[in-house]
Design a protein around this ligand. Structure first.
Ligand code: CS2
Ligand code: MN
Length: 356
């Protein structure tokens, strides 16, 4: 496997490349043009700017997270074909820089959702938290609630400029049933597969977070059965998974290690995040250490190792520790501990548990 680190870009991330360089084992930067709206073409000159930042540190830029899919494509509006053309142009431009994996998701309207971005854990650190009873039916009300407690941060997809158009967006999603959303996902993938083949770029879908319907919006990638269905929907090696242990693991019924063993050949990017379950479906993000949460981090890494996984991996959301001021879930310290924990398990397995 190849260890990577998600970085939001110079001036847009509290973590520097110089700091990342000093974390043992990190080979690649997972990056994106975060100022681009979904549907816009990523121009070569803009990608070149990022390359100039990353390459002097000796990191690869093989993985992009994410090239977001425009809602019109998810809804299936007539505008989707032009937007898909833009997506293909972006893929071609990324290929010029050797990009190999593009992570994306197919969640309607929002990316991940939490009710508290600074939930205090017993050790005094804080982390992202989801409490079912706090979820407001009306997402505008939810947004106000989150903004109040957010200390100036927001969640991806919940930016004020997007919230302005929320009403219309929800209207547009009304006719989109779960089946329709599957159909639209298939349409999108079918359309871009030839470009992916030509560019040698693997598409890697991220699961929905949390893995259940929210605000009356359908969510597709929520469990093993959905992942099975997805991989058959467009049965092409260029369409695979970003397997996120924390997104799936928020539902205690999902046994992530089993999914790894079943679909290892279609996993191109592994997100390692640990989650602790509370009664009634509430959950908290916790440290990467196996016993701190419930997703089975040790089993998951062992499963990847047993399968001879050679793809990309990264620690996903970390806690906020040692008074760090950072993007929710994306600080330096706890994710660096996560890297060392993952590599600790991996190196031990390599040395003492070589199966091949
Ligand atoms: C999240 C997501 O779990 C994660 O990595 O931070 O925002 C993720 O980046 C997107 O859903 C992938 O498109
Ligand atoms: Mn993830």
């Amino acid at each position: 496997m190849q260890m990577t680190w998600r970085w939001y870009g110079e001036g847009n991330d509290s973590v520097t490349l110089k700091q990342i360089k000093q974390i043992p084992g990190v080979e690649g930067i997972v990056w994106a043009l975060h100022n681009k709206a979904a549907g816009e073409v990523w121009e070569v000159s803009e990608i070149e700017e990022v390359r100039k930042q990353i390459e002097p540190y000796g990191f690869n830029m093989d993985v992009v997270e994410s090239v977001n899919v425009h809602d019109d494509i998810k809804i299936g509006l007539p505008t989707r074909d032009a937007l898909i053309e833009n997506y293909k142009t972006t893929l071609r431009n990324l290929a010029k820089f050797g990009v190999k994996v593009v992570c994306y998701n197919f969640m309607p309207v929002f990316d991940w959702t939490r009710t508290d971005l600074h939930h205090q854990l017993p050790d005094g650190s804080n982390a992202l938290f989801y409490e079912k009873k706090v979820i407001r039916e009306d997402p505008m009300e939810m947004a106000r609630y989150i903004i109040e407690g957010s200390k100036g941060y927001t969640m991806p997809g919940w930016e004020p400029e997007r919230l302005e158009h929320l009403k219309e967006l929800f209207e547009a999603y009304k006719p989109v049933t779960k089946e329709k959303l599957w159909e639209n996902l298939g349409y999108f993938l079918e359309a871009i597969m030839p470009t992916c083949e030509e560019c040698n770029i693997k598409m890697a879908i991220h699961q929905d977070d949390p893995p259940w319907d929210i605000f009356g919006l359908p969510r597709l990638l929520v469990d093993e059965a959905a992942i099975d269905r997805f991989l058959k929907l467009v049965d092409n090696p260029y369409s695979g998974l970003t397997l996120c242990s924390g997104s799936l693991g928020a539902n205690e019924k999902n046994i992530v290690a089993d999914i790894v063993r079943k679909h290892c050949d279609r996993i191109y990017f592994a997100h390692i995040r640990n989650v602790k379950h509370y009664e009634g479906g509430d959950f908290s993000e916790v440290s990467h250490r196996d016993c701190d949460g419930d997703v089975g981090i040790l089993d998951i890494i062992k499963a990847y190792h047993d399968c001879g996984y050679t793809g990309y991996i990264r620690p996903d959301h970390g806690r906020h520790i040692w008074d760090e001021k950072c993007r929710p879930g994306y600080g330096l310290y706890d994710r660096a501990l996560g890297v060392m924990y993952i590599l600790g398990i991996w190196d031990t397995l390599e040395k003492f548990d070589r199966k091949q």
